[in-house]
Write a protein that binds this ligand. Structure first.
Ligand code: SF4
Length: 369
């Protein structure tokens, strides 16, 4: 079987994390990838010469397993000879210092750091593994903020993963301003999944997202064109991500997505504790050729919409919040750049009963379909 034009491979270095965010769905098992499996993965990728590769360093918290971060990165020269390879890391930033930030910069990583904005909102839901007291949460926030400062000082291309909840949505805008002042351009606004979004919260989300336009208009004044392009691409990426979360787009439609678990299991999309069994495609120890792995019939979000794993109200809220997000991002793009955003990859239709359900959403629904 031929290889696809691009692999997007996410390596989960460990399921463990030093934090326990209320809304996190990652299974916190003390499982850690070992060097043998890293070597096995690199050998499999080596056997797909010329295939472009996006390699994501994931967790749990990948910096907890830094020796394996080094072990994988040390092997990259075997993969970069004849293809484009991009590197990304998703981290809560608490394990980053100046030396590690310099390492990430040297190897050309893009980093996505989990920070919700100012301390008072971030620490409401992001707690320490050891317990929920305010002092520990604040100390971890300070470590995340320090990690972010190291990344910015080192010149690492950094995005913020901002989770927004019904309790913090009123502060989305000041939190965005706070992060932009730290030097960030790409804000990944993630409406939380699993907490109830009432109509009043959707109205607040709507208002706060509309407030991004004056923020970015001011920011654009006098910016050099590469930074303007950064903003343009970040908004496009948010439109695509919202479409994926609604269940109308594959995760990376032009690539083969593979997620390598710390125990060697190979998944077809990002698993969480509820969906992982349904997303398994194989195992590193048995796989002889990545191109022979079976196709993934349903994405992680489509599995969520299959309802076996979530309550109907959760699904309804995911769709309402992400439709709203997508529409506001499209408007933002049009207002800032003077034309409609280009159409992304072809859509896949959601199950018809979910469309009907969205239409039946309550009278106060702000979702401008
Ligand atoms: S920092 Fe990330 S992996 Fe860790 S608990 Fe929070 S959301 Fe989960």
């Amino acid at each position: 079987m031929p290889h696809p034009p691009r692999y997007q491979v996410s390596v989960i270095f460990t399921d463990e994390c030093n934090m326990r965010c209320t809304y996190c769905t990652t299974a916190k098992r003390p499982v850690w990838i070992d060097e043998e499996r890293i070597e096995r993965l690199v050998a499999l990728l080596e056997a797909a010469p010329g295939v472009d590769l996006d390699l994501n360093y994931h967790g749990g918290e990948p910096t907890l397993h830094w020796p394996m971060v080094l072990a994988l990165t040390d092997r990259l020269p075997r993969l970069t000879r004849d293809r484009r390879v991009s590197l990304n890391m998703c981290t809560n930033g608490t394990g980053l210092d100046a030396e590690r930030a310099a390492f990430l910069r040297r190897h050309g990583f893009d980093v996505r750091i989990s920070i919700d904005g100012r301390a008072e909102d971030h620490t409401r839901f992001r707690h320490a593994r050891e317990g929920r007291d305010a002092g520990r949460a604040r100390a971890l926030y300070d470590a995340t903020a320090a990690g972010l400062s190291h990344l910015v000082a080192a010149g690492v291309n950094t995005a913020a993963n901002m989770v927004v909840t019904p309790d913090t949505v009123d502060h989305l805008l000041p939190n965005a301003v706070h992060l932009v002042k730290q030097g960030l351009v790409h804000l990944v606004v993630s409406p939380v999944v699993g907490m109830p979004w009432q109509d009043e919260h959707l109205l607040a989300l709507d208002q706060q997202l509309r407030g991004l336009l004056p923020l970015w208009r001011r920011w654009l004044q006098g910016r050099p064109s590469p930074r303007v392009e950064d903003l343009r691409r970040s908004i496009l990426s948010e439109i695509d991500r919202a479409t994926y979360c609604i269940g109308e787009r594959m995760n990376q439609p032009d690539a083969r997505v593979l997620v390598i678990g710390p125990d060697g299991r190979i998944f077809g999309d990002e698993p969480d504790a509820r969906t992982e069994k349904a997303l398994v495609l194989g195992h590193l120890d048995d796989c002889r050729d990545l191109s022979t792995l079976p196709p993934l019939p349903r994405t992680a979000f489509q599995l969520m919409y299959d309802r076996a794993f979530y309550e109907p109200h959760v699904l309804r809220d995911v769709r309402r919040t992400h439709r709203l997000l997508r529409n506001r991002m499209r408007e933002l793009y049009r207002a800032l750049f003077g034309h409609a955003p280009p159409e992304g990859q072809p859509r896949i239709a959601p199950p018809p009963d979910l469309e009907a359900e969205a239409l039946r959403a309550g009278p106060g629904c702000t979702d401008p379909r």
